[in-house]
Design a protein around this ligand. Structure first.
Ligand code: CTP
Length: 403
């Protein structure tokens, strides 16, 4: 999954022959799951039509402050466009447009929008080789980067003039790769490894029966996705669930029983920075697993159970610098019980789920949680979707690492 997924991208197209390549660029952004709006300079419309870009971006294209042919025209709000964008890409960036960006000469909608945008701005220059090397152009590059804009360098090759050299706008695939790489490199949890448990465990009674629970695994999967999107490398140890997750940053390790989950967690724990136990692990399992299917011979059947290993507590015992997060589901004396679990399992944070709160719990899409850290600082949260609770947990981790 691309880091561009869900991002609002404002593409500024200025008037150079490379503008024809922005059709592919828009398509690649859309394919990566981004939302795209396009703002064009008047000159760029000689090289590619607004209709092409509006069709591909699935949004109207903006190119003037208002439509002069329509007396009821509304003002094209460049401030709103700038605020909408997660980032702006100016491609191609001609020598003229760059000079205007440097001097703040807002005589077209593109430059006015650029000046209003508070988001990161990438620019991909395109011009003939001698223009590219001209001191004025180099001055524009220096000034624009010193303002915090990010340059996507031009490539070498055959130019529209027939000459060959540096100045050709980076290919659309390379622009997308450059931006993805840049964003991924700045993600707050980049370089951090996170272990997450999720879902129920099934404890075998015989070859066809088991003791299980109704955990959907959603909470753990949401945390995994959120951590991965923040740049972390995630190992998700999942009990049996119908949920699927495909993300380049997430390794899913599927297990069935608590014993398998225990082994998987200890295989990875040494090498992670954070571990989050969101699984609803069975507390008891049959002491003896019948080798054959148990026949219904007697009127009653007694199955002797024994405790499973507490995975979270065992991680707490061997933990070194890992930040360890557990969940607690309590029905009475919630805070006191949760605090006791922090100490008993050597946790850094506990996410308390109180069954007294409506909307929280198994199979629901919402959770009402309270965070308690190892200093017993209590942080209650509103009733939220599990996605939002996952985001709160990941935000908490970001604070731990000051990112
Ligand atoms: N947990 C675990 N392994 C177990 C049982 C629980 O890793 N065998 C983890 C859960 O993933 C959760 C936390 O422990 O993060 C709390 O589980 P909970 O069932 O609330 O508490 P218990 O410690 O099992 O205590 P009790 O049932 O007595 O409240």
């Amino acid at each position: 999954m691309s880091v561009l997924r869900g991002k609002n991208i404002l593409l500024g197209v200025s008037g150079g022959i490379a503008a024809y390549k922005t059709a592919s660029l828009v398509r690649l952004f859309i394919k990566a799951g981004a939302h795209v709006q396009v703002v064009m300079t008047p000159a760029s419309k000689d090289f590619i039509t607004p209709l092409t870009l509006s069709t591909l971006s699935k949004n109207p294209v903006h190119s003037s402050f208002y439509n002069e042919d329509d007396e009821n025209a509304v003002w094209n709000n460049h401030v709103e466009l700038g605020l909408w964008a997660d980032f702006m890409v100016i491609a191609p960036a001609t020598a003229n447009t760059m000079a205007k960006m440097v001097s703040g000469n807002a005589d077209n909608l593109l430059v006015a929008t650029y000046l209003s945008a508070k988001c990161p701005v990438y620019f991909a220059p395109a011009m003939d080789l001698d223009m590219y090397k001209h001191p004025s152009t180099l001055e524009s590059f220096n000034k624009l980067t010193s303002f915090g804009n990010i340059m996507i360098p031009a490539e070498s090759g055959e130019l529209a003039s027939g000459l060959s050299g540096e100045g050709r706008m980076a290919e659309p695939e390379n622009i997308v790769a450059f931006i993805e790489h840049d964003i991924a490199g700045k993600l707050p949890l980049r370089g951090k490894k996170v272990l997450i448990t999720a879902g129920p465990t099934y404890e075998a009674i015989d070859p066809v029966r088991f003791i299980g629970n109704h955990s959907s695994g959603k909470m753990g999967y949401d945390i995994a996705l959120n951590a991965a999107n923040a740049g972390a490398e995630v190992v998700l140890v999942s009990g049996p669930t119908h949920l699927q997750l495909s993300h380049p940053q997430i390794e899913v390790v599927r297990v069935v029983s608590s014993a398998e989950m225990y082994d998987a967690c200890h295989r990875y724990f040494n090498n992670v920075d954070v571990a989050i136990a969101a699984a609803a692990v069975a507390d008891y399992k049959p002491k003896n697993v019948a080798p054959q299917k148990i026949k219904k011979a007697e009127a009653t059947l007694t199955i002797e159970l024994e405790k499973t290993k507490d995975i979270l507590a065992s991680l707490g015992e061997v933990k070194k610098s890992q930040y360890l997060i557990g969940f607690a589901l309590e029905t009475e004396n919630e805070i006191e019980n949760a605090k006791a679990k922090i100490t008993k399992k050597n946790l850094d944070l506990i996410v308390l789920n109180s069954l007294n709160d409506e909307g929280g719990g198994f199979g629901k899409d919402t959770n009402k949680v309270t965070f308690i850290d190892r200093n017993f600082t209590i942080e209650p949260h509103e009733l939220k979707s599990k996605e939002q609770v996952a985001a709160d947990i990941i935000n908490k981790i970001k604070k731990v690492y000051n990112v």
